[in-house]
Design a protein around this ligand. Structure first.
Ligand SMILES: [Zn+2]
Ligand SMILES: [Zn+2]
Length: 154
């Protein structure tokens, strides 16, 4: 186990929910926390297979679900059919800019958005739990985007 503290959190979570504690689940935890960027369940499954892991696709899918419930991962929907995951362990809340042409994702933080989520929730009789904010845009520099020419010259 590479991520000791996260493993402890996950173990407690599994125990509390009467979920089975299996080595595969911790293998998936490590692989997920080490995955760079935003990944789909299949991205992770393929990466693990390439590392000679013997986990099944079904185990990857349901463990990602559990890791999200344990708040060790965040699940994102960037407007594609598949959800993306990313580590939430020791990470600050952040937002995303997504290029609708090439899919490039840039992360940013913005204190104003934190405040506004609380303000609106309180005003409307809620207690804010979490929020997400995505901006869908187009890269404005050719060097960043393989689709730039196609979209800007036609
Ligand atoms: Zn992110
Ligand atoms: Zn782009």
């Amino acid at each position: 186990m590479k991520n000791k503290q996260a493993s402890e959190i996950f173990r407690e979570f599994l125990k509390k929910g009467n979920n089975r504690i299996t080595p595969e689940r911790f293998e998936i935890l490590d692989a997920a926390l080490e995955f760079d960027g935003h990944f789909s369940a299949d991205d992770l499954f393929i990466a693990m297979k390439n590392n000679n892991s013997r986990v099944s696709r079904a185990t990857v899918y349901n463990t990602l679900e559990l890791l999200t419930q344990a708040e060790l991962l965040s699940v994102r929907n960037f407007g594609y059919k598949v959800n993306r995951y990313e580590s939430a362990f020791k990470r600050q809340n952040h937002y995303h800019l997504v290029c609708i042409d090439c899919g490039r994702i840039v992360e940013f933080t913005e204190a104003k958005l934190e405040n506004i989520s609380e303000e609106i929730s309180t005003k409307l009789g809620f207690e804010a739990s979490s929020h997400s904010f995505n901006i869908f845009a187009r890269c404005n520099k050719k060097t960043n985007c393989p689709y730039y020419d196609r979209k800007h010259n036609s």
